[in-house]
Design a protein. Structure first.
Length: 240
């Protein structure tokens, strides 16, 4: 990627990070669902040009089946068609694109060691980012800060496509993470999966970090000190 584009994307990423202080408006309302879908579709093409999609039909089916089961209880937003894919990448990571593309790395599936509740927790969490319109929130905030005036002109659409497909740029805020965890637990509770799985998976990741191998998933979805505690409290409350 040329340096000028990289600099612009880093600037965009920085603004997105510092813009959490904005109050009194709903940034996500500046972005329509069809704009999210269009950006997500282009970003998914870039992701799949950069990273191999797994050809293992069983893994793809496993992830898709879990996704469909969670969606039964997430009452998905209208205009969003979810796509679940496994990338044949060993980094422990998973991510969502605006408009409902969800990618799970083979490395993350390996890290769950066959515990389907943990994998379901990750998938529910990624669905939650889409359902809560977190991608639109990032784009809307950036537009409000004037960094991408008229965010969704053609030129800016290209910027956002690059932003979402350059995985190293995305780092969700605490607020996004807490909300995605809460929603993931709510989606899982009535499903056939145990929401404790998401908390157990955090602990697996935490142990892995303790051994000096911070999984990529923790960079994009920061595990703040009280995140596990908050998720546990929410689960206990919902079960009461
Ligand atoms: Zn997240």
């Amino acid at each position: 990627m040329n340096r000028q584009i990289t600099t612009r994307l880093l600037l965009l990423a920085t603004v997105v990070l510092i813009s959490g202080v904005l109050t009194g408006c709903s940034p996500e309302e500046l972005v329509s669902t069809s704009q999210e879908v269009s950006i997500g579709q282009q970003a998914s093409a870039e992701v799949e040009a950069q990273y191999p999609v797994s050809r293992d039909p069983q893994l793809n089916q496993l992830v898709n089946n879990i996704g469909q089961e969670i969606l039964r209880y997430a009452s998905p937003r209208s205009g969003i068609q979810y796509t679940f894919r496994v990338l044949d990448v060993s980094d422990v990571n998973a991510f969502s694109l605006p408009g409902g593309w969800i990618y799970i790395n083979r490395g993350l599936i390996d890290a769950t060691r066959g515990n389907v509740n943990q994998l379901a927790g990750v998938i529910a969490h990624e669905i939650a980012h889409v359902e809560a319109r977190h991608h639109a929130d990032l784009m809307g905030r950036s537009a409000l800060y004037g960094i991408a005036i008229g965010t969704l002109t053609e030129g800016n659409t290209t910027q956002w496509v690059s932003f979402f497909s350059e995985l190293y740029l995305l780092r969700w805020s605490r607020r996004h993470e807490y909300e995605a965890d809460r929603l993931a637990i709510d989606f899982m509770l009535p499903s056939r999966y145990n929401p404790q799985g998401i908390i157990d998976f955090f602990m697996v990741l935490e142990a892995e970090s303790g051994r000096g191998r911070t999984p990529e998933f923790l960079r994009t979805h920061p595990l703040t000190e009280d995140r596990i505690e908050r998720a546990q409290e929410h689960l206990a409350e919902q079960r009461r």
